[in-house]
Design a protein around this ligand. Sequence first.
Ligand code: PNS
Length: 170
Amino acid sequence: MTQEISAIYPGSFDPVTNGHLDIVERGRSIFDRVVVAVSVNQDKNPLFTIEERIEMLRDVTRQWDNVEIDQFDGLLVDYATSRGASVILRGIRAVTDFDYEFQMALMNRRLAGSIETVFLVPAEAYEYLSSSLVKEVASLGGTVSGLLPLLVEELLSAKLEALTDADKEL
Ligand code: PNS
């Protein structure tokens, strides 16, 4: 019997985009299991709470039986080891991603040599897509339709509206 391979797909997912989902879908067809792990990183000042990000991810990946959503704190390699995962999955878009991703992959290998980082390339339509860009465009009134799952698009618009209302009250 061959051993099952679990991959951890870590990130902030603030919020999950169609680019992330594209990587999850490709990952789940290669590995036995993909665990989408949301980083509990207090430094980043996220727009959505960890609970909101997890709930959105659960909603939009519900149709895939070998995809699980979780959260992690501390070192990624420690979390991967605790989950019995031998692969860290990352999406790589343009050449601009490469430097940061290369550094992380080498550092993670230094910390845990038995865990391999695997990079997947998203569909061309999502090459330029990032959560930060989507938030910026949406907050300035631009359209982000087609870049996010519908549910996430609605929640983003509600969140931005709530923030604007809160600002007005100040
Ligand atoms: O989607 P992001 O924000 O680019 O994800 C970055 C993430 C969460 C994968 C990275 O910051 C991370 O792995 N953080 C956990 C802490 C850690 O292990 N740091 C050392 C990585 S070399």
